[in-house]
Write a protein that binds this ligand. Structure first.
Ligand code: 3HC
Length: 697
């Protein structure tokens, strides 16, 4: 006989064999929002008060257990009851409480499971405390209960990095007590009944396994090595360590205070923005109800640096890959390059030999373009030249099946021009990968003028299966990323010409959170490609536009960046050093233009560069190249090293307001002409020389 009890709108109970089966039903991921917390507390009290109930089992409805706290509640006043109180009520029950982990148990969801007396899980379950990725630490006992199960070093590693574990690893570590292949619910009820009458195994009462200080230090150092000055990972380490010395209640009080402080920080707000931005980017207008085409075989034309990276990404995702080169020798080299990348993955432990063999069995590299007749999608990664790419696409028209999609990986060329030359422009889409393509997460998916909706949907689906973050953009030179990056580059050069040193610019941005400042990045990428581009564009450049000649002078002096040992900096043993020759060259360029160098504070440098990026971003929005500001943020974070914990240039602009307002003013000035009020305001601002206008190029 089954009774259903509504503990709250999202938590219900049913009684099976004297066991209270509690179901959390809060789609899409059963987040532990206020109603879930209230429901769980009511369930715990009900179980405590009903003598006939012998045990409790907690499960999630649908495919998730609990995906964590409801992130949408952060930033709003906290609603009672708080999760720690709810979990204390569950853990303190005298009756067995079993977690039936039927899917993801993340953040608060993992903490619910940790507070139960036994954890059973399906083989597809995942466990983790990914709070640091949202700029916070666990707030409901995760930092204090997890170390009692796995020891402080492992807890430090998991919580400070936010790593998510599969069920097998969770079971090996003792986070899950047992994996259940069959009927989880029935097994959990049986296990709960088995525990009746025995003292509950409360995680919070377990002793923390002893750990050598060296091991804790090593785990902390490793976890923090990549945290780039973010607050949450270091706080996670500090609070997890307290578990070793403080009683549970004191450790939990410090955890909660830290959680609340971080939850209200700018860093957490930025990372929440990134979380929701990624989900928003997946929603593309015009694709509602459109199904992607089936893709199993991907052709890659050109197996150089970019093409081989794309091929590896496709092989990793389980596709068959046909690489095409112009000659048999080039094809052999391409295959070697691809295998070289796989071998490197084996060497670093990311792949095993069986995985490598499986990938190579799905790879064919040939000089016979006719092999592409078997492809469902062909990506070209040949030399970025309009004639070369157009000629290739026209040739492909005669080779591939009528339903095959043609994707161009151009960075700067107009894909509409390439598409227009083909017989079926509606099957052409841009897939702009970033190098190394098997590592970088960003792919700009370019919606060309004639791209068919299902072709665009397929581009997105393939990019997602490759494990990438696809961002849709329209056609313009440089798409989203390179347009914004060019504005940033230009502004960085203006700053140097106006008086800042390259090292001061780099130091300001690195202290703010960038892994590398712009001049270090230019040196790493090499200066010669941009130089060649500038030479090509010289004849058509607007002579009134401000032009900084310093990069040309560096190239003329053979300073092409790291690969030549000298660029903006000089490099000894790979270490960058300030070079007097560069300083002299900069001084000469300033003198030539009669510029008296002024000084810039680090704050000014950062604000000026952020404004340049945001202004360009605002322009991309106005032109319809980017459909939402948060897409621009994701591009800069995932393709150009913008620190995620700062939310992206548009997020920053929104917080300050100024740059975006300026971009609007510019648009009005452009529409109303030079005599208009907006134009006058802009001129006035420019003569005040506060830097923002320079970003507009
Ligand atoms: N709160 C609110 N909404 C959430 C959410 C959460 N914790 N997790 C996911 N969602 C929403 C998403 O925004 C999305 O909404 P939309 O459809 O309106 O865009 C929807 O759920 C589906 O999400 P995904 O597209 O990401 O679905 P997937 O199936 O790919 O992934 C997931 C599911 C693995 C649960 C993934 O969403 C995820 O990683 N979520 C965040 C997990 C997390 O960080 N939890 C910790 C929260 S902080 C915390 O718990 C503090 C605690 O210590 C007190």
């Amino acid at each position: 006989m089954t009774d259903t009890i509504a503990f709250s709108p999202t938590v219900r109970g049913a009684i099976r064999d004297g066991v209270l089966l509690v179901t959390i039903d809060n789609p899409p991921v059963n987040a532990s929002g206020a109603e879930v917390r209230a429901g769980l507390l009511a369930a715990a009290r009900h179980a405590a008060g009903e003598a006939a109930l012998r045990a409790v089992v907690i499960r999630g409805a649908g495919s998730a257990f609990v995906g964590g706290a409801d992130i949408r509640e952060f930033g709003k006043p906290a609603a009672e009851p708080a999760l720690p109180l709810v979990l204390a009520a569950l853990e303190d029950l005298e009756k067995p409480v079993v977690a039936a982990v039927n899917g993801v148990a993340l953040g608060g969801g993992c903490e619910i499971a940790l507070a139960c007396h036994l954890r059973l899980a399906v083989p597809g379950a995942r466990f983790g405390l990914p709070e640091v990725k949202l700029g916070i630490i666990p707030g409901a006992g995760g930092t204090q209960r997890l170390p009692r199960l796995v020891g402080i070093p492992t807890a430090v590693e998991m919580i400070a990095t936010g790593r998510i574990l599969g069920a097998a690893e969770a079971a090996a570590l003792g986070i899950a007590d047992r994996l259940v292949e069959g009927d989880l619910e029935a097994e959990a009820i049986r296990a709960a009944l088995d525990l009746v009458g025995r003292p509950p195994r409360r995680t919070g009462s377990l002793p923390v396994p002893p750990a050598a200080e060296d091991a804790v230090e090593a785990a902390a150092a490793k976890a923090l090595a990549r945290s780039r000055g973010q607050a949450a990972p270091a706080e996670a380490v500090r609070v997890v360590r307290l578990a070793g010395t403080l009683p549970l209640a004191d450790g939990m009080a410090e955890e909660r205070a830290t959680f609340v402080r971080l939850r209200d920080s700018a860093e957490a707000a930025a990372l929440r923005h990134v979380f929701f931005a990624e989900r928003a980017a997946a929603k593309v207008s015009g694709l509602e109800g459109v199904s992607p085409r089936k893709v199993e075989t991907i052709g890659v034309v050109g197996t150089g640096l970019m093409g081989s990276g794309i091929a590896v990404a496709a092989l990793d995702a389980g596709y068959r890959v046909i690489g095409v080169e112009q000659t048999a020798e080039a094809a052999a080299r391409g295959r070697e390059r691809i295998d070289g990348l796989l071998a490197r993955a084996v060497k670093s432990g990311r792949l095993d030999e069986a995985g490598r063999a499986d990938r190579l069995a799905r790879l064919d590299v040939t000089a016979e373009a006719g092999a592409l007749a078997a492809a469902d999608l062909v990506v070209e990664a040949v030399f970025d030249d309009l004639a070369v790419k157009t000629e290739l696409f026209v040739r492909l028209d005669g080779i591939v099946r009528p339903d095959c999609i043609l994707a161009t990986n151009t960075s700067y060329l107009d894909p509409d021009t390439i598409a227009a030359a083909t017989a079926h422009p509606e099957r052409v889409v841009g897939l702009h990968f970033f190098s190394p393509a098997n590592v970088m997460r960003l792919v700009e998916v370019v919606r060309c003028a004639r791209t068919a909706p299902d072709v665009l949907a397929t581009g997105l689906a393939v990019a997602r299966r490759l494990g990438k973050l696809p961002i849709v953009c329209g056609v313009c030179e440089g798409f989203i990323g390179n347009r914004v990056f060019s504005a940033y580059r230009r502004q960085a050069e203006f700053l140097v010409e106006d008086g800042a040193s390259p090292q001061a610019v780099d130091a300001a941005l690195e202290a703010w959170g960038f892994a590398m400042g712009p001049f270090a990045v230019f040196d790493m990428a090499g200066l010669e490609i941009a130089w060649a581009k500038r030479k090509r564009a010289a004849a058509t450049r607007d002579p009134r536009a401000r032009y900084v000649a310093i990069p040309d002078r560096l190239c003329e002096a053979g300073r092409f960046g790291q690969k030549t040992g000298r660029g903006w900096y000089s490099y000894r043993d790979g270490k960058r050093e300030v070079d007097p020759e560069t300083e002299a060259l900069i001084a000469a360029a300033r003198a030539e233009k009669g510029i008296v160098p002024r000084s810039f504070t680090a704050d000014e440098i950062v604000a000026t560069l952020l404004a340049a990026m945001a202004n360009e971003g605002a322009r991309l929005l106005e032109e319809g190249i980017a459909v939402r500001a948060s897409d621009i943020d994701l591009v800069m974070i995932n393709g150009y090293g913008f620190p995620a914990h700062k939310g992206g240039p548009m997020f920053q602009a929104d917080r300050t307001g100024l740059p975006v307002l300026l971009a609007r003013l510019e648009a009005m000035a452009a529409a109303d002409g030079p005599g208009s009020e907006p134009s006058r305001l802009l001129r006035e601002r420019a003569t005040r020389g506060d830097g923002f206008m320079d970003g507009n190029g």
